[in-house]
Design a binder for this molecule. Structure first.
Ligand code: BES
Ligand code: MN
Ligand code: ZN
Length: 495
């Protein structure tokens, strides 16, 4: 969708959106539309019991006395609450309503709208919300009915001079979100470790330094845990590191993001049941979020030093697959008894995280992983689980998540949970009891965090994929994590 902020509408014969909050006190643009239609706008609002709720819409079709094809009145909620995130939801509601409506162009007239932020900021966030909500993954649909296809190609926001700079920044972030969603949406016959790496190659042009580890390199480094997962698949594993240093300090300790990139998770020999197994194409959602966040940071030239590392494997059952009971040795020397080959994410992460700490000497490590079904039992699809060894880091991540609507809920860790993954035969086993399954998974990762490193683990199994549309996404891949990580860096590591 092409977005612009012209002073006046390009042409008149397209959709014209005006806004109102509770009480239907109309701003200049909405009042003008009501006058032009001899009061049709307010009559329609009353008929529809429109109360100005955020994202509520009354559409006046073919408004009498105007050239506009339709005149949607969209709710903003109370003016005092109409901040950036409300304007994003408003933009999302407009996009959702008009995307396949037959309209190709919509103008949103902000003139005189009662909002809590300046009109330029409001316009940029409204456009951002519309762009995020309008994204869809139709790559493999060849027989879609014309009426079901998106028609909307242009969004103009009027009455909001000076929105371009903020919008350019938000557009860089949206680019990252869309990249993540596309990766997560692609099936596992298209996105596997090598093709995942290939898909990220263009990040070099944004100034990101790329490092790729292939299987021999990982073997030489002793990554027995990651390689044990990979050995059942004909797809070779990879680690991809993406370094963005937007500071003038080449030797500064970076923030490192690490993503679980299991491009398909069958469970391995501990095979998953068939129902719903296709969902495991998105078991690389953590890796997808890390790539999207690196895209966002580099595209907006963030003045921060950040490295993204993704561990990419496919977890398959095969004659060469690892068995329950196998003992593998991780890169840092700890031996691991693989009780359940379906608890593979932690095996991938432990080597990727150890290598990242050895290679980049980070101050902070944040890992993202679709790690456990148990986190969905705990938190459903509203919050991702957060586990951390540092209160200040977890507060910063929570705040970033709240600001962008990607909510985190902190879960406990501690010695009593840690004991539950002691093995009888090795240093550690890869599963604990059924109870507290997300916590013992976090404890496993914790054993691979160096003592001076501030660490948080985000279990995003419940948030990367949506079974129904949300305010800023279609059903399917949400892109969860990209906006959160970008905001976390913006608020805490940019001078
Ligand atoms: N990728 C899954 C976790 C998952 C499950 C993500 C459902 C999204 C939806 C992970 O690799 C896994 O299989 N975890 C097991 C761990 C268990 C064997 C200890 C699980 O959650 O059942
Ligand atoms: Mn698994
Ligand atoms: Zn998995």
């Amino acid at each position: 969708m092409q977005i612009a902020f012209p002073a006046v509408a390009e042409t008149a014969s397209h959709a014209l959106v005006v806004l109102a909050g509770p009480g239907l006190v109309l701003g200049a643009a909405a009042a003008a539309a009501d006058t032009a239609t001899s009061g049709q706008l307010l009559r329609a609002a009353a008929t529809a019991r429109f109360e100005g709720e955020v994202g509520a819409i009354v559409e006046v079709m073919a408004p009498a006395g105007m050239a506009a094809t339709r005149l949607p009145l969209v709710g903003t909620g109370p003016a005092k609450d109409a901040d950036a995130s409300v304007l994003e939801r408003v933009g999302g509601a407009i996009a959702a309503r008009l995307l396949t409506s037959g309209e190709t162009r919509v103008s949103v007239d902000l003139a005189g709208a009662a909002l809590a932020i300046p009109a330029a900021d409001a316009a940029a966030h409204l456009a951002h919300g519309a762009a995020l909500r309008a994204w869809r993954f139709d790559n493999y649909r060849t027989t879609m009915k014309a009426k079901a296809k998106p028609t909307l190609t242009h969004l103009d926001v009027l009455g909001a001079a000076g929105a371009e700079a903020l919008h350019a920044r938000l557009d860089a972030i949206a680019g990252g979100v869309m990249r993540t969603r596309a990766l997560v949406s692609e099936p596992a016959n298209v996105i596997y470790p090598e093709s995942f790496v290939a898909s990220a190659a263009d990040l070099a042009a944004l100034g990101i330094e790329m490092t790729i580890l292939d299987e021999p390199a990982m073997r030489a480094l002793g990554m027995g845990a990651l390689l044990g997962v990979a050995q059942g698949s004909v797809r070779a594993p990879r680690i991809l590191a993406m370094r963005w240093n937007g500071t003038n300090a080449p030797d500064s300790r970076p923030v490192v993001f690490v993503g679980k990139g299991v491009t398909f998770d069958t469970g391995g020999i501990s095979l998953k049941p068939p129902a719903g197994m296709e969902d495991m194409k998105w078991d690389m959602g953590g890796a997808g979020a890390v790539v999207g966040a690196m895209h966002a940071l580099a595209a907006r030239k963030a003045p921060a030093h950040v490295v993204g590392v993704v561990g990419l494997v496919e977890n398959m059952p095969d004659g060469n697959a690892q068995r329950p009971g196998d003992v593998v040795t991780s890169m840092n020397g700890q031996t691991i008894e693989v009780i359940n080959t379906d608890a593979e994410g932690r095996l991938v992460l432990c080597d990727a995280i150890w290598w990242a700490q050895e290679t980049f000497n980070p101050e902070v490590v944040v890992d993202l992983a679709t790690l456990t079904g148990a986190i969905i039992i705990s938190l459903g699809n509203e919050h991702a689980g957060m586990f951390s060894n540092d209160d200040s880091l977890s507060a910063k991540l929570s705040a970033a998540g709240a600001a962008v609507g990607e909510k985190l809920w902190r879960m406990p860790i501690g010695d009593a949970y840690d004991k539950l993954i002691d093995s009888d035969i090795a240093d550690i086993k890869n599963v604990g009891p059924r109870e507290g399954g997300s916590i013992t998974a976090a404890q496993f990762i914790h054993r691979f965090i160096k003592p001076d490193v501030k660490w948080a683990h985000l279990d995003i199994a419940g948030t990367v994929w949506a079974s129904k549309p949300g305010a800023l996404h279609e059903k399917g891949a949400t892109g969860f994590g990209v906006r959160l990580l970008d905001r976390f860096i913006a608020d805490n590591f940019e001078g």
